[in-house]
Structures are given as structure tokens and as C-alpha cells.
Design a protein around this ligand. Structure first.
Ligand code: SF4
Ligand code: SF4
Length: 221
């Protein structure tokens, strides 16, 4: 179980300000339990974005977005809904956003922040990892988490030790920032590489009190 909470409407509008046609992809796993991918939230957001002149090309749910096989099957079956979209807004934890970003060459944006569970990391079938920072920046890093892909969790670009794609910390380990650079290039978003990602606001790491009161959440009970 990973806990996620929707970003504010203002944050989502800011993330999508350059986009016109957007496809919604929602997880029916943990995010649905946390209400960050519920039908009601998607309906509200769709209406708000439409009134701002955006087009929502379609909406699809996947049982567990961290499972790339399930996501691929859904993508193949719903090509007509996402093919013409500029970008994909993903309603899931950071693992789901990264899984989607890995299998499709389109810009993928997080609609939610993944919250800290005090050590519990959840279980998922792929190599994508989320450090539950509560301030998801995957919109600026081509859907690759800088906290988990970089050995030093560098937030604003590589350290001086990146060597032709290899991390200085461990032989044979990919440099996360090299991967981010390559994927930004592939989706034509290299300008994002130079954007400054704001420092993590630690006060946003913990789930809200309402979320901590939900049945699945053991802390504070
Ligand atoms: S930036 Fe990374 S650690 Fe933070 S919520 Fe997104 S995927 Fe998780
Ligand atoms: S070489 Fe790359 S992955 Fe390794 S610590 Fe430096 S920036 Fe991070």
C-alpha cells in the first residue's frame, strides 16, 4: 500500500499550462483507496480543465498502474483515446507514474504526491521506486524519480561524477541524471532539464489527518 494525495487544482493547472490535449490514466489500486484517483476527483478535474479550454481525449482505469503488463494491455486496447493526446496525466503514486513513463514515449505528469509511510515501502513488481517525498517532481524529470534513480538523490542535475552514463558511486550502475536527460531528449522536453526543481517541503511528506484516519493507515491510530 502506498499513500497518495491529489495535488492542488492550482498545481495541476500549472503543470499542464503548456498542454492542450490531455489523456487521464487512473490507478484502481492504492490510489483509489486513498481517493486520489476516485471517479469524483477525475470528474471534478476534467470539468475544471475543460473550462480552461483543455481537451480531455479520454479516460482509462488500470487495476494496478505499477504493473507494466496491465498498463501495456490497456494502452494497446485504448490507442484511440491517448494517441492524439499531448500528454498523459496519471492518477497514482510515484511508482505508477514512472511505470507509465517507461512504456510510452509521451510526456507523463503526476496528478498526486506520494506520502511518507514512515519506512514501509509497499510491494510492486517493477524496478521503479518512490521515496514518498510528498512533493512529486516527476513532471520535470521525464517521469524518472531523481530521489531514487540517483545514488545521492540529487534534485537539480547530476553531481560531478557522472561518467558517460555510469554513476560514480557503483560500477555498472546507471546515472539517474543521465537517464533523465536521455528521456527528456526523447520526448522533446530538454528545456525542462534546466528548470529549477523546488526543494522538498518536508511538511508535505506526511499524509493529511483525514488520510491518516482511513482504515488502511496504521500510524496515528
Ligand atoms: S518525486 Fe520521486 S519520491 Fe517524490 S513522490 Fe515522486 S516518485 Fe516519489
Ligand atoms: S553519478 Fe549520477 S546517479 Fe551517481 S550520484 Fe552522481 S548524479 Fe547521482
Amino acid at each position: 500500500m502506498l499513500v497518495s494525495e491529489l495535488k492542488s487544482m492550482d498545481e495541476i493547472k500549472e503543470i499542464l499550462k503548456q498542454e492542450q490535449k490531455i489523456f487521464f490514466l487512473a490507478c484502481l489500486g492504492c490510489s483509489d483507496a486513498c481517493k486520489s484517483s476516485s471517479k469524483e476527483e477525475l470528474d471534478n478535474l476534467e470539468e475544471a480543465l475543460k473550462s480552461d479550454g483543455k481537451t480531455i481525449t479520454g479516460r482509462v482505469d488500470v487495476d494496478f498502474l505499477c504493473n507494466k503488463v496491465l498498463v501495456k494491455i490497456k494502452f494497446l486496447r485504448n490507442k484511440d483515446k491517448w494517441e492524439g493526446a499531448d500528454s498523459i496525466l496519471v492518477f497514482s503514486c510515484g511508482v505508477g507514474v514512472q511505470a507509465v513513463s517507461k512504456i510510452i514515449r509521451k510526456t507523463v505528469y503526476p496528478a498526486a504526491n506520494t506520502k511518507n509511510l514512515g519506512g514501509f515501502q509497499g510491494v510492486w513488481p517493477g524496478e521503479e521506486r518512490c521515496a514518498q517525498c510528498g512533493n512529486c517532481v516527476l513532471d520535470l524529470t521525464a517521469g524518472i524519480c531523481p530521489y531514487t534513480s540517483c545514488a545521492k538523490s540529487m534534485l537539480n542535475g547530476p553531481c560531478g561524477g557522472s561518467n558517460e552514463g555510469e554513476c560514480e558511486v557503483e560500477k555498472g550502475r546507471d546515472c539517474g541524471w543521465y537517464l533523465i536527460y536521455e528521456r527528456l531528449k526523447a520526448i522533446n522536453k530538454l528545456a525542462d532539464f534546466k528548470k529549477i526543481r523546488p526543494l522538498r517541503d518536508h511538511s508535505r511528506m506526511l499524509p493529511k489527518k483525514e488520510t491518516r484516519g482511513l482504515d488502511f493507515y496504521a500510524i496515528d491510530r
